[in-house]
Design a protein around this ligand. Structure first.
Ligand SMILES: Nc1ncnc2c1ncn2[C@@H]1O[C@H](COP(=O)(O)OP(=O)(O)O)[C@@H](O)[C@H]1O
Ligand SMILES: [Mg+2]
Length: 358
């Protein structure tokens, strides 16, 4: 799918056009088109091995592309297989999973490092590094060695170092994967707030959908070396572009069947609904029943068996089986239901999606 970001009069932070990458015979990236607007945060979300890190490494200049063109802040950095701008000249900020701090330098000198590389004078770089540390709430730890800090603090130092020179683009590669869940959620929110306050542009790679939805303006779903869909998180959830996207995001139950005479009939579960496909398609298809389209209702048309009823404090989650195909569906409910019992479900028709096969 082509990236449809509105064109802006200001120079885009990044433009990738038809970027491809092969390792030997294996094609790892195919036809990547991506535009990051100034001040925009785009998350690259996809399963392990789909090519996220490879794309970031090409943007950083650590790896050459096999095809396509890339521009950063209006400068061509890659054209075909040619690196036209070396990594150190791109002025990009980077934050990795493993922090990558220099152990022999103080926290302050780590943060000041990019300023030293570009030749700022000592007084100026100390002042700026202190200001960046203050922004991440760590000015009191300036003289410590990185190894004496917690994981969350080390990642804040890495963030301060990545933003200190106010780069045209900041690249994040799974920056929070080494931290525990609670810290991950609060730090993701903190990072995106800080990037927005500073008006910085960023590409944020993660395989965690909560994290992607927390930090990003737009999310690019990457599957098998291609961008399958790019949009605001709400738009992707409401209208996934393919079965693969719906499956990766675990939006709901996917049921195989046939469309004939504008009616979808499930072959893998006894479901029958009016097909929302508008083009008169007939043939094999897959129905998506999003979790948000289902509710327990005594007079509902769909039958499901209760596998488990899970109390969540403010509500119950019913884990349901639809038919014999082992189709699971999780649906919120106000009341519990007995394990093994059959319940009726109502569907909100306008949320159903049918994907034509092939
Ligand atoms: N230097 C390399 N040589 C050969 N294959 C590689 C190399 N780097 C990555 N790959 C392969 O490219 C694919 C994408 O890797 P990567 O970009 O690291 O995925 P992700 O970051 O999404 O998990 C994987 O199948 C990986 O094994
Ligand atoms: Mg990776």
């Amino acid at each position: 799918m082509r990236d449809t970001a509105a064109t802006t009069p200001r120079t885009a932070a990044l433009v990738a056009a038809a970027i491809g990458k092969r390792f030997g015979d294996t094609s790892v990236l195919r036809g990547i088109d991506l535009t990051v607007a100034p001040g925009e945060i785009v998350a690259l979300l996809g399963p392990s091995g789909c090519g996220k890190t490879t794309l970031l490494r090409i943007a950083a200049g650590l790896l050459s592309a096999s095809a396509g063109r890339m521009e950063i802040a209006g400068q061509t950095v890659a054209d075909g297989t040619v690196h036209t701008l070396p990594p150190e000249a791109r002025g990009i900020g980077m934050v990795f999973q493993d922090y990558a701090l220099w152990p022999h330098l103080s926290v302050l000198d780590n943060v000041a490092f990019p300023l030293r590389m570009r030749g700022d004078r000592r007084a100026a770089r100390t002042a700026r590094a202190r200001a960046a540390l203050a922004r991440v709430g760590l000015d009191h730890l300036a003289d410590r060695a990185p190894g004496t800090l917690s994981g969350g603090q080390q990642q804040r130092v890495a963030l301060a170092r990545a933003i200190v020179a106010e780069p045209p683009l900041v690249l994040f590669d799974e920056p929070l994967s080494n931290l525990d869940r609670e810290l991950r959620e609060s730090l993701a929110l903190e990072m995106s707030t800080l990037l927005r306050e500073l008006g910085l542009s960023a590409i944020y790679v993660t395989h965690d959908q909560t994290e992607a939805f927390t930090v990003a303006d737009r999310v690019a779903i990457m599957i098998g070396g291609e961008i399958a869909q790019i949009d605001a998180p709400e738009a992707i959830f409401a209208d996934p572009a393919s079965v693969d996207v719906a499956q990766f995001l675990n939006i709901g139950a996917l049921i195989d069947g046939e469309v004939a005479a504008r009616e979808f009939r499930g072959t893998s579960a006894p479901v029958s609904v009016r097909s929302p496909l508008s083009n008169g398609y007939q043939g094999r298809a897959t129905l998506l029943i999003p979790r948000t389209a289902v509710r327990a209702a005594a007079d509902g048309p769909l039958r499901a068996r209760v596998r488990r009823s899970q109390f969540q404090g403010d509500r119950y989650l019913l884990h349901l089986d639809l038919g014999a195909g082992g189709h699971g569906l999780v649906c919120p409910a106000d009341a519990p239901a007995a394990q093994g019992s059959e319940i009726a479900l109502a569907l909100q028709d306008d949320r159903l999606r049918v994907f034509a096969a092939g």
